[in-house]
Write a protein that binds this ligand. Structure first.
Ligand SMILES: Cc1cc2nc3c(=O)[nH]c(=O)nc-3n(C[C@H](O)[C@H](O)[C@H](O)COP(=O)(O)OP(=O)(O)OC[C@H]3O[C@@H](n4cnc5c(N)ncnc54)[C@H](O)[C@@H]3O)c2cc1C
Length: 508
């Protein structure tokens, strides 16, 4: 066994790209590790950013907390609203809908997981039939009633089971973080990179050259250059692994519209003939988009469906975005780490991209390098992030595979496509007795898997044998009382619009 010699600390970091990924990285580095390190961020107004990315998941709260950001101030700055989950309509079957909530379902009794109790009642049937599991979630009850409040701390109260994320204007979030990072010493450089220089021996990146001829050098480069992957992909040649055979959607039209009515406290994902549409309500506008597979549907039809489904007047022209689901073979190579779209992309069905940015940043902090760039640490970073990407990939594929729709070629393809073994094993285990065990660093908990599996009609054949100890009549009463408590608690909450008005209304 060899003992590693400590190498010199980093003296300069260059972040390439000023989209959500670039500014989140800059803000985090400026807050957590920047003492004595020069941090420069290069971005090009001429190239611009991808300009979408409005729906988030609850983990963004941890990121903002780590930065010491005040939540109400942040929501005012980004025209934010609260998000209790995602409503999926027409996914299992045309005409069906369910919500994937962020909070928990029901509560345990006799130490038994709630979904097993629900399943037991479902199998008993008749009078005991519990109805949809959605009826036992406080987040769903609040969402359906257009109500919101932050969760209470008392773990015995049903309102402690609420959990939430945000809908944000991503451009304003990047601007907010830019101010934050610049206040803490990050230097922004405006300019277009035209070439990248590497050390002849190690292949490490040494500098990037801008259009005006200037060179920006550094010890460590964070590639936040978007889909182009200027450093990791183009310069270091790290290949892209495509998941298009599992996730065939490869195009999206996006367009904002004027707000129509009071903002819903949830995102909507509406399945269409060759993809799906999103609806994301912010304070000042609604984000709309249509994600589709170009192998199964044409652009004109996608555009028409987007326009037909919109509730408010469009603001501007729809923009077409092209992508291929997948990831780079490695996210960190030599002295270059890719964060954001430069490292990979999974379509926005569960709003996971900003989470992957944040996860990459937190892992970077945990494995922050010195100038030695220890390959063992780089390997560990790649292992962790790749695992996380693949867990998310499997969860997204589940939405497509677990469909009973066969009304178009797209859905026929999804219903019959081969799926990763890891996902097939999960579904098989679930079908037996309703058991689901997400892996250690999986973003999506048991509750999330249950939401989609049951929401899309995969009902286990049997139940956990431990439910035999549940006394039938007491269980009936428990379920009824729970429903009543949830309904009453949801009704007691303020409307989402009033809550925003009282706490975080943006200036007009
Ligand atoms: C259709 C769609 C919908 C999405 N919806 C969501 C969502 O709801 N929720 C979510 O979490 N995520 C969503 N995402 C993902 C999200 O938009 C991105 O993860 C996020 O915006 C981060 O992008 P980025 O910073 O990596 O890249 P970009 O925004 O593309 O930024 C790249 C930066 O690199 C700079 N750059 C590139 N080349 C050069 C060069 N040569 N010289 C100088 N600068 C350069 C650009 O100027 C820009 O500043 C969505 C993505 C798509 C495609």
């Amino acid at each position: 066994m060899t003992t590693q010699q400590a190498a010199a600390p980093l003296s300069s970091i260059v972040i390439v790209g000023g989209g959500t990924a670039g500014w989140m990285t800059a803000a985090a580095i400026s807050r957590m590790v920047a003492a004595g390190i020069s941090v420069q961020l290069i971005e090009s107004d001429q190239i611009g950013t991808v300009g979408v990315g409005e729906a988030t998941i609850p983990s963004l709260r941890d990121f903002n907390l780590a930065l010491g950001i005040n939540e109400n101030e942040f929501l005012r700055a980004v025209q934010g609203t609260f998000k209790l989950g995602i409503e999926f309509s027409n996914w299992g079957n045309v005409g069906e809908r369910y919500i994937h909530p962020f909070g928990k379902y029901g509560r345990k009794t006799h130490g038994i997981d709630f979904h097993q109790i629900w399943l037991k009642q479902k199998h008993r049937g008749g009078q005991a039939d519990p109805g949809p599991i959605d009826d036992y979630s406080i987040s769903i009850a609040a969402a359906r009633n257009g109500r919101f409040s932050r969760p209470v701390a008392n773990p015995d109260a049903i309102l402690s089971a609420l959990n939430y994320a945000y809908h944000i204007d991503a451009g304003r979030y990047a601007q907010y973080l830019r101010d934050y990072a610049e206040d803490r010493g990050v230097k922004r450089i405006e300019g277009k990179i035209i070439s990248v220089e590497q050390a002849p021996d190690s292949g490490n990146i040494t500098a990037v050259k801008l259009e005006d001829g200037s060179l920006v050098d550094g010890d460590f480069f964070v590639d936040c250059s978007g889909f182009r992957s200027l450093l990791l992909g183009e310069t270091l040649g790290v290949p892209y692994i495509s998941w298009q055979h599992w996730l065939p959607c490869d195009r999206a039209f996006a367009v904002p519209s004027a707000p129509s009515g009071r903002p819903r406290p949830y995102t909507r994902a509406m399945a269409e003939d060759s993809g799906w549409r999103w609806n994301i309500p912010l304070q000042h506008r609604t984000g709309n988009g249509h994600v589709f597979s170009s192998a199964h549907g044409d652009e004109d039809t996608a555009l028409r469906k987007l326009a037909d489904g919109m509730e408010g007047q469009a603001i501007g022209e729809p923009r077409l975005l092209r992508f291929v689901a997948g990831r780079r073979e490695k996210l960190w190579e030599k002295n270059c780490l890719a964060i954001g779209l430069s490292g990979g992309f999974i379509e926005p069905l569960e709003s996971t991209s900003i989470h992957l940015i944040q996860s990459g940043i937190f892992r970077l902090m945990a494995l922050f390098p010195d100038a030695g760039f220890d390959p063992v640490e780089i390997r560990e970073y790649n292992r962790w992030l790749i695992e996380e990407y693949e867990h998310i990939r499997d969860f997204i594929i589940l939405h497509y595979r677990a469909t009973e729709r066969s009304n178009t070629d797209f859905w026929k393809y999804c219903q019959t496509m081969e799926i990763p073994d890891s996902l097939a094993a999960k579904i098989e285990l679930w079908r037996g007795k309703g058991r689901i065990f997400p892996a250690g660093n999986s973003l999506f908990t048991e509750e999330s898997w249950i939401a989609v599996l049951l929401g899309q009609n995969i009902i286990p054949h049997s139940v956990d044998p431990v439910t035999a100890m549940l006394p039938p009549e007491a269980t009936d009463r428990f379920m009824q009382q729970l429903q009543t408590i949830i309904d009453q608690a949801a009704q007691s909450l303020p409307s989402h619009a009033d809550y925003i008005l009282a706490n975080c209304q943006a200036e007009k």
